[in-house]
Design a protein around this ligand. Structure first.
Ligand code: FAQ
Length: 328
């Protein structure tokens, strides 16, 4: 549905919009597409949901890279299903953004011309098969910690999309853990490969949670609106606390000598995160930014005929249904 239609149906004086909206947020209710909402709330949601959707579809690339080289038929089938799941997540999320009046083609244009972002994590290379394990365990693990609270997001369509996505992400995380567990308890060379992958993916996974709280311009407003439920640093800490015991179970070491349980805080202490690396990657200077965007733009151009065929088919069906309706 387009924005104009939403507004036409919900034309309410601005003061009433603000009061009604605030009452809904205060009562922890869900905002639905036809509800009146402040323009800034709508814009911020489109920003976050679109970036999230873009991350899902760009995130297909690093893993798709290994489909043809998976070590067995079983591994190949699982990896293909996982990569397809990510495409599905993109679909749910673009559909959620459309309920806010955004146009999917415009969002994709903004991804392609660099006006909208996607997650920093997908700008790192996948060098060995063990990276499939590290992505599943760490990247999907971080995604789950970040996304479970989004199932309670104040905007209904986003919250419902997240509920479906989180179910699949937890399967993804387990398959990553299982790959690493097999390698870690395999030959010496396999163990070394798993350790190397964890060494390379640990710090970028921590950066997925975004800048530290004192450098996060969107967090305060987003939390006041009930979009985000926890701050970037709180979720990052939750992920670290969850992951350290899992690394022990795997027999792998996280590459941070300062990781240590702090009884007083009830959390693990950790070493400093190099946020200049995060900001550089966001600016487009990560190891694979250029390659990811080239591939994405190419896929979009090559897929033009599919979009055209789907539109022509939908138009044909509509004409047939209208004709059948008037004949009845
Ligand atoms: N990368 O003020 P904040 C997945 C941007 S999981 C790039 O803290 P906010 C699953 C941020 O957008 C990955 N940019 O922003 C999968 C903002 O820029 P803007 C996707 C980042 O929104 C697994 C600026 O920095 N998950 O895809 C990053 O309050 C395996 C200032 O930051 C989501 O998108 C970053 N890491 O908090 C798929 C979850 N961090 O918009 C395939 C939903 C920050 O002002 C394979 N999103 N920025 O121009 C969120 O929870 C939030 O948007 C945060 C950022 C936490 C990412």
């Amino acid at each position: 549905m387009h924005r104009e239609e939403v507004n036409d149906e919900t034309a309410v004086p601005a003061g009433d919009v603000a009061a009604g909206f605030q009452a809904l947020i205060d009562s922890d209710g869900r905002v639905e597409p036809r509800d009146a909402m402040p323009e800034a709330y709508r814009k911020s949601l489109i920003r976050q949901i679109a970036q999230h959707a873009h991350s899902e579809i760009i995130g297909m690339q690093p893993e798709a890279n290994w489909i043809s080289r998976a070590p067995s038929l079983r591994r190949k089938a699982i990896l293909m299903a996982k990569v397809q799941d990510e495409a599905g997540h993109g679909l749910y999320l673009y559909a959620a953004a459309e309920t806010l009046g955004a146009d999917r083609a415009d969002l994709l244009d903004m991804l392609h011309n660099g006006r909208q972002k996607y997650s920093s994590i997908f700008n790192y290379p996948t060098l060995t098969w063990a990276d499939m394990g590290a992505i599943g365990w760490l990247v999907d693990g971080a995604a789950i910690v970040n996304q479970v609270p989004l199932c309670r997001c104040s905007y209904g369509p986003y919250a419902r999309a997240m509920t479906r996505i989180c179910k699949e992400e937890s399967f993804h995380q387990r398959q990553g853990f299982e790959i690493l567990n097999t390698l870690s308890h395999g030959t010496k060379a396999q163990h070394a490969m798993a350790q190397d992958a964890v060494n390379r993916w640990w710090w970028p996974s921590l950066m997925m949670f975004g800048p530290p709280d004192d450098a996060s311009p969107n967090s305060a407003q987003s939390m006041a609106w009930g979009i985000k439920r926890f701050s970037n640093d709180d979720l990052r800490q939750r992920f670290i606390d969850m992951t350290v015991p899992q690394s022990e179970a795997l027999g792998l070491t996280l590459p941070d000598p300062e990781l240590a349980w702090n009884d007083e805080r009830g959390h693990y202490d950790h070493g400093d995160i190099d946020f200049t690396e995060l900001f550089e990657v966001i600016l487009g200077n990560g190891p694979c930014n250029k390659q990811r965007m080239e591939k994405r733009r190419g896929a979009h151009e090559e897929g033009a005929w599919v979009r055209e065929a789907a539109s022509a088919y939908a138009a044909k069906r509509r004409t047939r249904q209208t004709a059948a309706g008037s004949a009845a």
